[in-house]
Design a protein around this ligand. Sequence first.
Ligand SMILES: NC(=O)c1ccc[n+]([C@@H]2O[C@H](COP(=O)([O-])OP(=O)(O)OC[C@H]3O[C@@H](n4cnc5c(N)ncnc54)[C@H](OP(=O)(O)O)[C@@H]3O)[C@@H](O)[C@H]2O)c1
Length: 266
Amino acid sequence: MVVSLLDRMPLNNGLTIPGIGLGTYGMDDNQVEETVFTALMNGYRLIDTASMYKNEVGVGRGINRAINAGISREDIFVVTKIWKTDAGLAKATQAFEDSFQKLNLEYVDMALIHWPDASDEINRETWQALEEIYASGRVKAIGVANFTRGDLLPLLKAAKIKPVVNQIEIYPGHRLEELTDFCASKNIVTMAYSPLKKGKLSSENKITKIAEKHNKTVAQIALRWSIEKDLIPIPKTTHKERLIENAAIFDFELSDEEMDILDNLG
Ligand SMILES: NC(=O)c1ccc[n+]([C@@H]2O[C@H](COP(=O)([O-])OP(=O)(O)OC[C@H]3O[C@@H](n4cnc5c(N)ncnc54)[C@H](OP(=O)(O)O)[C@@H]3O)[C@@H](O)[C@H]2O)c1
């Protein structure tokens, strides 16, 4: 379990990744530039984007501003993704090239297949594109998102390089334990997207009670739950006060009983 915003978890290729990050879905270039810069200046080191979010230019600008302000590039971990309409060897190769140009960084830390194709053969081809880009050094780690066990098994069989992460939707009450256990058994780290259930958790009475008990917010309880499960949550917010709030989760612990309640919420 990570113990601070700067703490990192090991990946199966020898690299490390920060244990909590910023999601950027739904932000345009201008908004994301400001938010990424503010997040980095307030201690965040992991930024999640995707070609589908159409904001990689702004993400790159925000990161470059933070580098100019003194944050070391090596400490920042930026993730982008290949969208499903770009599946296959040639299209995925071109899609990464487009993302790489838009981000305008020396290298990308991690590229993911954003969504599995129904065909294992197409997934294998998209993966081969990522393996080739990885060999070129322009991306430091490769992984997948939204892959089930049934998608992962054939990919693992065909892959020369194992995915380092699977990014899936997880929040209290939606924990996908079988899949995360399977990934852990293959040394694949799980990143938790929509870790705040897209902002809809506060209607749950049980989590509100736990939050009151710890003098924390519902968002902080949800994110602490993720961290204690060794997941990497990537909450999205455009508000500075929420960026700070979402990172203030390292000064308390949830009991086994509370973890159990959160596992089974709703
Ligand atoms: N791989 C995939 O297929 C996939 C799919 C979905 C998402 N993702 C990634 O995961 C990231 C996070 O997921 P998400 O954006 O769907 O949902 P989320 O992070 O669960 O929730 C974001 C919502 O919660 C609100 N929020 C943030 N902090 C809050 C706080 N402290 N108190 C109250 N409300 C708060 C935000 O509003 P404000 O912005 O107004 O603060 C926003 O409406 C995405 O941005 C994206 O990077 C990946």
